[in-house]
Write a protein that binds this ligand. Structure first.
Ligand code: SF4
Length: 333
């Protein structure tokens, strides 16, 4: 049994413009000690999926369908007092941009101690000892618990946020864009730290990023999201080496390849569609250079294209039927 299993998840937001279908039927699972990457452009539903798991949606958001099972227990209908026992102690999150969210007038040690005192019911002395241990775990001297956030660099503040996420010994950590605001050297150090913590503490991890190179370094498997749906998923190597979906290929081409041939990153023409009134059929069709009329009416299902590798694109069926000629049409594979 997977540690976390998300099935058919739909999370919508009520807005003045209408109902936003931010996550619209998403399946994924996470095993013990595994790391899963959720990738895609900003606004494709990655963070909403994470907030749904944490049951921390804003007031206008709600889970309308599907299940989120943690150790077999469905979190979607769990009462708030029970969810509080899961949040931070079993599943914790490093919020996007959180390193700027530390309280500037409180010492970092006190901020890390808060969830420990609240959830672990320990006294202040035991909490301070744990704070020191956590700081050392993330590579900060324990004496720096007395310092204020402005006395830390951006990378060090992110280490503090990671220490806070680990405060109650969770089994799953969700890291939402953990290195986005950092320079490249520091990004590498933070990703190495997450990788080491995952290994040493036996953590399971969901890493959310728009940057696929982050996934390549840290994840076992990945799912590519587009406009609220998963369009491709599989082992990291398979998705990178044998990308199947045109959107995944465009996303990979949009990042510089530091190991392969020198080329300029490509850009993906067009914009993400409105999730109030998403396009019928394949949601990627207005931007897809391979779209045929069928793509405008029929939503392709996720189909197996390799060992544990799935993709949602009609081209795979057209190829089986012999109606797709890649040499003529210039497309995949
Ligand atoms: Fe493009 Fe059609 Fe495949 Fe969608 S189903 S990705 S529009 S070819």
């Amino acid at each position: 049994m997977a540690l976390l299993e998300v099935k058919g998840l739909k999370t919508y937001f009520e807005t003045q413009e209408g109902e936003v279908h931010a996550v619209d039927g998403v399946d994924f699972s996470l095993g013990e000690g595994e790391s899963l990457g959720l990738a895609g452009e900003s606004g494709c539903g990655k963070t909403t999926a994470a907030l749904s798991i944490m049951r921390l949606l804003p007031y206008n958001g709600r889970i309308v369908d599907g299940s989120i099972r943690y150790m077999g227990y469905d979190l979607t209908g769990m009462p708030e007092n029970q969810i509080r026992g899961i949040r931070w102690r079993h599943i914790s999150i490093i919020f996007q941009g959180a390193m700027n969210a530390l309280n500037p007038v409180k010492r970092v040690g006190g901020q890390i101690a808060e969830p420990i005192i609240l959830h672990e019911k320990v006294d202040s002395e035991a909490a301070q000892k744990r704070v020191g241990d956590l700081l050392e775990l993330v590579g900060i001297h324990r004496d720096r618990a007395r310092d204020y956030p402005h006395e830390f660099s951006g990378g060090m503040r992110q280490r503090v946020m990671i220490a806070m996420a680990l405060a109650c010994n969770p089994r799953i950590v969700i890291a939402d864009e953990p290195v986005t605001a950092l320079d490249v050297m520091i990004q590498g150090q933070i990703l190495d730290l997450l990788e080491r913590l995952k290994r040493e503490l036996g953590l399971s991890m969901i890493l959310i990023s728009h940057d696929l190179s982050v996934m390549a370094e840290t994840c076992d498997s990945m799912a590519i999201m587009y406009a609220g749906k998963i369009v491709e998923s599989g082992g990291v190597r398979d998705v990178f080496k044998r990308a199947n979906h045109p959107y995944t290929k465009d996303l990979i081409a949009a990042f510089p390849d530091i190991e392969g041939e020198q080329r300029l990153p490509a850009f993906i023409p067009g914009l993400l569609p409105s999730l109030v009134d998403p396009p019928a059929g394949c949601r990627f069709h207005p931007r897809c250079k391979f779209a045929r009329p069928e793509c405008e009416t029929t939503d392709p299902a996720l189909e197996t294209v390799g060992d544990g590798h799935r993709s949602a694109c009609h081209i795979n069926r057209w190829m089986e039927e012999g109606t797709w000629t890649s040499s003529r049409e210039g497309g995949p594979p």
